[in-house]
Design a protein around this ligand. Structure first.
Ligand SMILES: [Zn+2]
Length: 262
């Protein structure tokens, strides 16, 4: 479940149950301290955003995937940040679409259409980041992200790429996924502080690959992420590899590594 503060309009991360893609509108600590619930203007803004979320979610059920594009200027007016739109709206929408596909309410083609629309919107947002060339596809990345070649769900990595550029973190994100030997070559070539892999299935081969990658990484911290990682625990994978399930956990890791400050 995705948590959203109704008052400051910030995406607050995820909470259990992780396989539910509903958005829970609550209140963050800061807004409690500032008594935001007494602020009439904030309440009105909050109601507008919740309505917008509802309309966009319904448009997915109607299979009107262009609707989200037409509503984006309203988010700008309401001053919702790109990062909050990405992780608090696009991410749950994509997860919801996957769930609708599982129950045959969406076809593969329709799910692709939604992904393509969101991918385009993310691409447009990249151009709004100042000095992006200093951070994106860096030759000295602090964070390198990719996926294994069988993983076709790569939009999550693009959302994180945008977030890293926005935070001023030098990064390199390679999508779609790569063959295992190329991933090992990459970590040796670039020596990132953090090397992240998006995982969509768990096999014994994956574990032996992760062990090999950690051995070859020469100090790079290896992490695995993606929705799928909610179904496994640290005991399932090699000890040198960490699980980073969502943007909040990635953020915590990057703070620990002094790559970002907040
Ligand atoms: Zn708040």
């Amino acid at each position: 479940m995705f948590r959203w503060c109704s008052y400051c309009q910030k995406f607050l991360g995820e909470k259990e149950p992780y396989d539910s893609y509903e958005i829970s509108h609550g209140i963050c600590k800061k807004c409690v301290e500032n008594k935001a619930m007494l602020d009439q203007e904030k309440l009105e803004k909050s109601a507008k955003i919740q309505t917008l979320f509802k309309l966009i979610s319904e448009s997915i059920l109607r299979k009107d995937f262009q609707f989200i594009r037409t509503q984006l200027p309203l988010f700008r007016v309401l001053k919702v940040s790109n990062a909050d739109i990405f992780f608090g709206l696009y991410q749950p929408l994509l997860c919801e679409a996957g769930k609708l596909w599982e129950i045959r309410r969406l076809t593969v083609a329709e799910e692709h259409e939604l992904s393509t629309t969101i991918d385009e919107l993310v691409s447009l947002s990249f151009s709004q980041i100042p000095n992006i060339e200093k951070f994106r596809q860096s030759k000295t990345p602090a964070v390198l992200l990719t996926a294994l070649s069988n993983n076709q769900h790569i939009l999550g990595l693009r959302l994180i790429e945008h977030w890293l550029c926005d935070k001023g973190v030098k990064n390199k994100v390679i999508v779609p996924g790569l063959p295992a030997n190329e991933i090992i070559s990459l970590v040796k070539e670039f020596h990132p502080a953090v090397m992240g892999l998006s995982i969509n299935a768990f096999t014994p081969e994956l574990n032996s690959f992760l062990s090999e990658l950690a051995r070859e990484a020469d100090g790079s911290k290896i992490i695995i992420g993606g929705k799928f990682t909610y179904t496994i625990t640290q005991n399932d994978i090699p000890a040198e590899v960490s699980i980073c399930r969502n943007i909040s956990e990635l953020s915590t890791l990057l703070i620990q590594k002094s790559i970002i400050t907040d």
